[in-house]
Design a protein around this ligand. Structure first.
Ligand code: ASP
Length: 472
């Protein structure tokens, strides 16, 4: 079994190791060949001295080229003083090769892997994403993303939250975006929708009695891309709790982010703790946006300025962009239609809906909205009223009958939040683009150049689904 480069330190000097990985760099120094061998844990300098190698290994050492996959065994030794490289974690040691075996050859990559300036055009980088991901920067970001997810998972699990996976083949969830539809073969003419978020399921899990739920949930919204919004899919740290006030939700979420920053990013500072809580109307007046960048120094990527925005209006004027119901009606939910009005504003639902404030909360960080949530409606009569105000027809209301029915069987008051994982990682990594923190992202215009998706499908597949394509 191969050993990982990251596990080999000066203590191993004198012992024999078996390594495997990719040729990072090969340097010919007259008779000697130096190879920087890279695996998932680091880089090790390998010295190939012809007289230490058998015939096959000698030939292999000659043939090695960057990105070849090799197996190397040898003995660990201290580097000579002038070979020491303090910038490398294995910079004081090297491996004197005894055997070298080429496992697979590699063509010259279409772009230089160690290209710090990302000169290769992005289309090419995405087409050969597996090579792009070999770059230390992307590989580090993926590992950081893993650590953040692991931290959140452990944190919430310790607090009694249960991670529950909700369906991907789902029904249209009205979060205000366009749905991705999946045709049903067994029920021709009917469609699943990929969830825009697990919103309804997590509320139903509260009715089911779980009280504390979370999921690192994939969400699908068919929207046009922006730098801070991916076309297609993204991940949320989705949470829901029963018997909580808005304060409880804010306090718990805030604590997660503070602890996460302190533990995983000690080089970063949080501008203000506890996070400021700002009224929507005030921030709009003061900053002209509901996601102000509150850093003391807006050029400092190591400063994290979190803030809560609260007291949003429950409704906004409906526009043609709203995809969740019939057009032409006055009101659209500002967050989503399950958000509860502030108790003191409930009476205004009848007289002046535009004045009703919701129990919605947005978390902003350095000028980005990184999550939103709310206390939910749990009174079927209020839910009906909100459906009416956003202009639902009886038919549309029927689509949510399961929520209203569930609420008739003992619903606890509940609420939650869903911080977006991708955007958070983007900010923490100091990246400007979500694609830099996603392993296999789509292009801006919603394609995957590597898989060549979306793609046409066989005629037979369409027939099975009862689908006929219109002529272009
Ligand atoms: N489902 C909501 C969203 O995706 C978050 C929430 O209300 O918990 O924005």
């Amino acid at each position: 079994m191969k050993q990982y480069i990251g596990d080999i330190s000066e203590r191993a000097v004198g012992s024999t190791v078996e390594l495997a990985g990719w040729v990072h760099v090969r340097r010919n120094m007259g008779k000697l060949v130096f190879v920087d061998l890279r695996d998932s844990t680091g880089i090790m300098q390998i010295v190939c001295v012809p007289q230490e190698l058998d015939e096959a290994s000698r030939t292999a050492a000659e043939e090695l080229r960057p990105e070849y996959v090799v197996h190397i065994s040898g003995s660990v030794q201290k580097r000579s003083a002038k070979q020491v490289n303090v910038a490398m974690s294995t910079g004081t040691i090297e491996v004197l090769a005894k055997t070298i075996q080429i496992v697979s050859k590699a063509k010259t990559p279409p772009f230089e892997i160690e290209n710090e300036d990302r000169q290769a055009n992005e289309e090419l980088r995405l087409q050969y994403r597996y090579l792009d991901l070999r770059h230390e920067r992307l590989s580090k970001t993926m590992r950081m993303r893993h650590r953040v997810m692991q931290f959140v998972r452990n944190y919430l699990s310790e607090k009694g939250f249960v991670e529950i996976q909700t369906p991907i083949l789902s029904k249209s969830t009205p979060e205000g975006a366009r749905d991705y539809l999946v045709p049903s073969r067994l029920h021709k003419g009917k469609f699943f929708a990929l969830p825009q978020s697990p919103q309804q399921y997590k509320q139903l899990l509260m009715v089911a009695g779980f009280e504390r739920y979370f999921q690192i949930a994939p969400c699908f919204r068919d929207e046009d891309a922006r730098a801070d919004r991916s076309p297609g899919e993204f991940y949320q740290i989705d949470m829901e709790m029963s018997f909580v006030t808005q304060d409880d939700i804010l306090a718990l979420t805030e604590k997660i982010f503070i602890d996460l920053a302190h533990e995983l990013f000690p080089e970063k500072t949080i501008t203000k703790e506890p996070f400021p809580r700002l009224n929507y109307a005030d921030v709009m007046k003061q900053y002209g946006t509901d996601k102000p960048d509150l850093r003391n120094d807006t050029t400092n990527p190591n400063e994290l300025a979190f803030a809560w925005i609260v007291n949003f209006p429950l409704f906004v004027k409906q526009t043609n962009e709203d995809h969740f119901h019939g057009a032409g009606k006055t009101w659209a939910p500002s967050h989503h239609m399950f958000t509860a009005p502030r108790p003191e504003d409930v009476a205004l639902l009848d007289s002046n809906p535009g004045q009703v404030r919701g129990l919605q909360h947005d978390l902003v960080l350095n000028g980005f909205e990184i999550g939103g949530g709310s206390v939910r409606i749990h009174d079927p009569a209020v839910q009906q009223k909100v459906f009416d105000l956003i202009g639902f027809t009886e038919q549309q209301k029927k689509q949510f009958q399961h929520m209203l029915t569930a609420f008739e069987y003992g619903v606890p008051p509940h609420g939650g939040i869903a911080p977006g994982l991708d955007r958070l990682i983007m900010i923490l990594a100091g990246e400007k683009n979500l694609r830099e923190v996603t392993a296999f992202p789509l292009t801006n215009d919603g394609r995957d150049p590597m898989m060549d998706s979306p793609s046409e499908v066989e005629k037979g597949q369409l027939e099975e689904l009862g689908i006929a394509l219109k002529k272009k």
